[in-house]
Design a protein around this ligand. Structure first.
Ligand code: GCB
Length: 651
């Protein structure tokens, strides 16, 4: 995003959007409307991991041709869930290769008989490479976990006699290679005195467990054959009016009419328009504000789009409603501005990780996490280190939690990972991330990578290209990547809008020496700011802490050490907070699972909450700080109170 140029984009927005996307079609979140129906396929699926030596028996024996149980034993597997921690079979926990899911479904008669209906199969995410068959017919392939993909399966279901029984088979491969995102390597260990023949391990270069499977919802939904395929909205503000630029893509026919209405939170129409693109003006606008920044945060309008079309089979109509938050985002040399006011990110890094479901989407966990975020007084998080479920993003819009939306560009640690195939795939992934999340007011910045080896020349070129591509996809938001390189050596920093820095003083360096943190942090900030004159976010800092370990004076791994480390960081952050440091995100919101290693005790324990979402002492410290910062930075100034804990012993 050009610096301080939010207003200029107001005029250019509709022209610029959509010019760079190479993807076919939109990826609107499925919703029920007078013209659309949904059928969730969550629940128990049949499952088998292919333990054959080459992991290809499923393809050799064509398991997709017949019901899965006919080709061998199956087990029950819940969807959504990671498959790793569900069974008692340790081989499945560490499995690398193809796993097979299958589910049968009977469709409503109308879906199979009404030829004006289009039936779509949508998979919320499949980590990491997926092939989908419907009734044995190869239907869809997708590379990359954490993002949705879908296929029009009308041709497959609108044939033959009733009832239409559908068999959906999905083969998923979790292998990470130098050209996947995240990348990884497969290492064959050939010393036969130590390893059996064909023995291999999956090496990864990131610090979380490579959970896999159908980790988000799978569903079927319908649209009419002429349908609203995509909507892109950008917003800006002119005096006290909000401007909503919309662009709508319609598929299926060129003979259609579009009507657009913008409704306020009380369902009153405040503006309307027609056609595939236009600008809606909202006098006396209620802006979308981040949580705690304003007494009326997260205000959402609804953009109702109505399509009527003529088809050879008669008229059809389609309805889709998109939540819209009107806000502006801009970056200056030293500030991050939302609605023209300085915004300070006081928040967390997260992972989609909890107990036996691994990275499987879960409503209770989602709501609990957001309640904890609000308890904490956090106003932001980064989707470290991959895009989170769409429901999470919707919640951020509704609660006013600001998001740095990170793609799975994590673990780009080796020179061989900066190759042309990876670059092309990385750009495609950014297209998919932007396509999915572009309309969320909560998303204010894209992060294209976490801790790439950005001191390498090849990484500099690679990051430059991915960042430029992301900016061309979405000129309305800032773009960054998260660095842990030295300021003098980093080859990617020239291309970002905001510098995001991870540092672990007194943890991975000078461990135990808390007294060094303030000096080292000041040096870090001053060096980077002097060189780049860009706002800085401390995007990670923290300490491994086993809940219940205590020692005073503090020693590493105790709750006291985590608290003291945070306190020292906070003193350092406060020195620069009103100058050019625009945010702090603790590592991590909650403990999470990693690969086994001598430095990890049942996972990474840098959470301020345990993996079960119970607070460590540091959570109370951070809570006090975040509410204090919120009260200082609130606009217009007034004291905010914790909403959820009026009479709590903690307030
Ligand atoms: C980092 C990484 C994060 C790790 C964290 C740690 O810099 O970005 O993925 O989990 O450090 O705890 O080591």
């Amino acid at each position: 995003m050009a610096r301080g140029s939010a207003v200029a984009w107001a005029a250019l927005g509709p022209l610029l959007w959509g010019c760079a996307l190479g993807l076919q079609g939109g990826m609107l979140y499925p919703q029920e409307s007078p013209s659309r129906e949904c059928k969730e396929l969550d629940g128990l699926w049949s499952f088998r991991a292919d333990f054959s030596d080459n992991r290809r028996r499923g393809f050799e024996e064509q398991w997709y041709r017949r019901p899965l149980w006919e080709s061998g034993p199956t087990v029950d597997m819940p969807v959504p869930s990671s498959f790793n921690d569900i069974s008692q079979d340790w081989r499945l926990r560490h499995f690398v290769g193809w796993v097979w899911y299958e589910r049968e479904v009977i469709l409503p008669e109308r879906w199979t008989q009404d030829l004006r209906t289009r039936v779509v199969l949508r998979i919320g995410s499949a980590h990491s490479y997926a092939i989908v068959w419907v009734n044995g017919v190869d239907t869809l392939e997708h590379e990359g976990g954490y993002l949705p993909f879908e296929a029009d399966i009308s041709n497959l279901v609108q044939v033959g006699p009733l009832p239409s029984r559908l068999r959906i088979t999905i083969a998923i491969n979790n292998t990470l290679t130098p050209t996947t995102l995240p990348p990884g390597t497969i290492q064959y260990l050939t010393d036969t005195s130590k390893y059996p023949k064909g023995y291999f391990v999956q090496n990864t270069y990131f610090d979380f467990f490579n959970y896999a499977g159908l980790q988000r919802s799978v569903l079927l939904y319908t649209t009419p054959t002429t349908y609203i395929d995509d909507i892109t909205v950008t917003t800006s503000v002119e005096q006290d009016s909000g401007l909503v630029n919309y662009q709508i893509s319609v598929k299926g026919s060129n003979l259609f009419k579009l009507e657009v209405r913008l409704l306020d939170a009380e369902n009153k129409v405040v503006a309307n328009g027609t056609g595939t693109q236009g600008q809606l003006k909202v006098p006396g606008v209620s802006l979308w504000w981040p949580y705690l920044m304003h007494e009326r945060p997260a205000y959402l309008y609804s953009l109702e789009v109505q399509l009527t079309a003529q088809t050879s089979l008669g008229p059809v109509s389609d309805f889709y409603t998109l939540p819209v938050g009107i806000r502006t985002v801009a970056v200056t040399k030293s500030q991050f501005l939302i609605n023209g006011k300085p915004f300070y990110f006081h928040g967390v890094n997260k992972h989609e990780d909890a107990d036996i479901r691994g990275k499987g989407f879960d409503w209770p966990l989602l709501v609990k996490d957001f309640n904890l975020l609000r308890w904490l007084g956090a106003n932001a998080f980064r989707t470290s280190h991959y895009p989170y479920a769409e429901e999470v993003m919707q919640m951020c819009d509704r609660y006013g939690i600001v998001v740095i939306d990170e793609c799975p560009g994590v673990g780009l640690a080796l020179p061989q990972f900066f190759n042309n195939v990876s670059l092309h795939h990385h750009m495609q992934v950014m297209e998919e991330v932007v396509r999915r999340d572009k309309n969320h007011p909560a998303v204010v910045m894209w992060s294209v990578a976490n801790e790439p080896a950005s001191h390498l020349e090849s990484a500099g070129y690679y990051l430059k290209m991915v960042i430029a591509h992301t900016k061309s996809l979405d000129p309305s938001r800032s773009v960054t990547f998260v660095s842990n390189s030295n300021y003098a050596a980093d080859k990617g920093a020239p291309y970002v809008d905001v510098i995001c820095l991870n540092s672990y003083y007194s943890w991975y360096h000078d461990y135990g020496h808390l007294e060094l943190i303030q000096l080292q942090l000041a040096t870090q900030f001053e060096n980077w700011y002097k060189k780049y004159q860009k706002p800085i976010i401390q995007s990670e800092y923290g300490a491994e802490t086993i809940a219940g370990f205590h020692q005073d004076p503090p020693l590493m791994f105790t709750e006291e050490y985590q608290k003291s480390l945070l306190e020292q960081y906070h003193l350092g952050l406060d020195q620069k907070r009103r100058k050019y440091v625009v945010g702090e995100l603790i590592w991590n919101f909650a403990d999470f699972m990693t690969e086994q290693s001598p430095t990890r005790v049942l996972g990474n324990k840098k959470g301020i909450f345990t993996r079960q979402r119970q607070p460590k002492s540091a959570a109370f410290l951070l809570r006090e700080r975040y509410w204090k910062i919120a009260n200082e930075t609130r606009y217009p100034h007034s004291v905010a109170k914790s909403q959820c804990l009026e009479n709590s012993p903690f307030t």
